[in-house]
Design a protein around this ligand. Structure first.
Ligand code: GUN
Length: 284
């Protein structure tokens, strides 16, 4: 049976460090502030945003929520981002995705000041990650890396397969594994031999968004399996992209859903907000 990687515990440790850093900044008269922007009433986004706000509260980070109605125009949202870019009390800006379809996500992301882009979605930050010289790491991939590191397995030289090619997870995840000298393959919806590809993986990261698409026959014995998915199964129960019950009989290490990657995304966001505050302080 696979060892379960406890994302809750690992994220709690990271948050404790962040809390101490916030206290140290506060003692020098520096406050840390995060703006959380949500547009419309996407249920999943609401849950994520609430968790992010709650984490801020526990760590002494001031969070300000901007909940905008679904009909908000792109121009209005751009105006808000501009205001937040220029607000010295705000160190980090998080615009929860997805945005309503009449808003061009790319335009919004590119309007966020790169030094406040705690998601690391801006092209300037993505470029920095690509060359390995970055300020912020994207929250979910960075969280996955911590989970992999927690196993004590050295990534160098390992066969890594990332399933999913999104800008938020798949692509940056592959890059972070490559920085650690993994041999990396990205699979996606057009991959013709997904089972064979996955089966080669010493480290398998599933970021597809399809309930239980990764089955036991796709997993190498002893592999590290990281499940980024957050789906509902046929009974409406929360589940990942990995068939946990079956895959945990084959894998060496596996992350649960919930309690795996999810809390790590939030812990990294908190970490990034403190990095942003320190960066901005040093620029004063
Ligand atoms: N939507 C899903 N994941 C994320 C994330 O990490 N950040 C933002 N801003 N939106 C998301």
């Amino acid at each position: 049976m696979a060892k379960i990687i406890d994302g809750k515990k690992i994220s709690d440790d990271i948050k404790e460090t962040v809390k101490q850093e916030v206290l140290a900044l506060n003692s020098k008269g520096i406050l840390v502030g995060l703006a959380v922007v949500i547009v419309g009433d996407n249920q999943a986004s609401r849950v994520y945003v609430n968790s992010k706000k709650k984490a801020c509260e526990t760590l002494g980070i001031h969070s300000t929520e901007y909940a905008l109605k679904a009909e908000t125009s792109q121009a209005e949202l751009l105006e808000l981002v501009d205001e937040l870019n220029n607000n010295p009390d705000i160190n980090g800006i998080l615009v929860q995705l997805p945005l309503p379809s009449h808003i061009d996500e790319k335009k919004i992301i590119e309007s966020i000041s790169p030094i406040k882009d705690v998601d690391a979605f801006h092209a300037a930050n993505v470029g920095k990650i690509m060359i390995g010289d970055y300020d912020f790491l994207p929250c979910t991939p960075a969280g996955c890396m911590e989970l992999i590191r927690s196993t004590g397995v050295n990534i160098s030289g390992k066969t890594c397969v990332v399933v999913g090619r999104s800008n938020i997870v798949g692509k940056p995840m592959a890059m972070l594994l490559l920085h650690e000298s993994g041999t990396v393959t990205i699979c996606h919806s057009r991959t013709t031999n997904l089972t064979e590809m996955c089966k080669t993986a010493d480290i398998l990261v599933a970021a597809v968004g399809k309930a239980k698409i990764i089955t036991a026959e796709m997993v190498k014995e002893g592999a590290i399996v990281i499940d980024v998915g957050m789906n509902r199964d046929e009974n409406g129960k929360l589940c990942g992209d990995v068939d946990f019950d079956e895959v945990s009989k084959v894998a060496g290490y596996i992350t649960p859903v919930p309690g795996g990657v999810g809390p790590m995304t939030i812990a990294t966001l908190m970490k990034n907000t403190v990095i942003a505050a320190k960066m901005q302080e040093s620029m004063k």
